[in-house]
Design a protein around this ligand. Sequence first.
Ligand code: FAD
Length: 293
Amino acid sequence: PLVSRIAEGQAINDSHTKYQQHLFKALDIHALVSVTDAQGRITLANRHFCQVSGYGEDELLGQDHRIVNSGYHDKTFMRDMWRSIAQGEPWQGEICNRNKHGELYWVDTTIMPILGDNGKPVQYMSIRRDITQLKENENCLLTLKRALDASNEMILVTDASGNIQYANPTVCNFTGWSESDLLGNTPDILDSSNASKEMLARMQHDLLEDGAWRGRLLNRRRGAEPFQIAGQTTPPDERDYWADINITAIRDNEKALIGYVQIQRDITDQVNSEQALLMENADTTARLAISET
Ligand code: FAD
């Protein structure tokens, strides 16, 4: 269909064969292409396949693709693949192969059975794209995510508009908000209504001006509002906690803002001790002042 759709939209004097030639040329540049007989013996290997696998065409022809088998996949992987294609069904998947120099490479693969008059495969065509770099990036990202997941600090990552894209398990466990509650929300979901408005405004200002802010804020966990008795003073909100917060802008190579990373730590005990010490000092000063008069 692709060939005929391209052909329909083109000048009439361009022959179908010419388009097919161009299509195959583009495919030849873009992909690793190989063809096998019904037993899986390679009958065609294009230049890109030779380059990526490190084998010459003469070394590949007549061989099974086992020549690039890396041993990464288990037996059921290949069995399932063969079951599909032997039944005349196309197969798609990511295969980890090994080149002639012993290095691993990944290919996003489509294997297309070519059926004979009896409806049984007489040949197989495989078209593959080298995705080694993508896989390496994916693994690198996965390692970074696992490191953030394992951190004892509470970590949030937002996009440039401040919408949470990542929240590590420590944030969820401590605040009581689930990952799905937090994702797509903004970090002010963690603000306490008792937080200093002045401090919040300074944070916004510093983030816009300098792309970074560090300070203490009164934050709030998820939970029910404290029970209040009419006519009585408001009780302290048990959901509130003091957080030492560090926010840094994340920028791309062109220095454009792509998001923020926020690392916070519960310092409620520390703040309470500091306040108790301050009160004690104030008390001593007051008593000294009285005794001196
Ligand atoms: P094996 O133990 O050799 O085979 C696993 C199971 O697959 C067997 O038990 C059997 O059920 C089935 N099987 C194996 N060979 C055949 C066959 N000729 N006919 C029917 N069923 C069979 N392998 C790669 O590792 N990388 C590739 O990029 C790759 N590309 C391929 C492209 C094409 C077009 C085709 C047809 C095959 C390709 N293969 C590829 C598969 C390859 O031919 C081998 O089957 C595979 O490498 C052997 O893996 P194994 O030693 O783990 O499994």
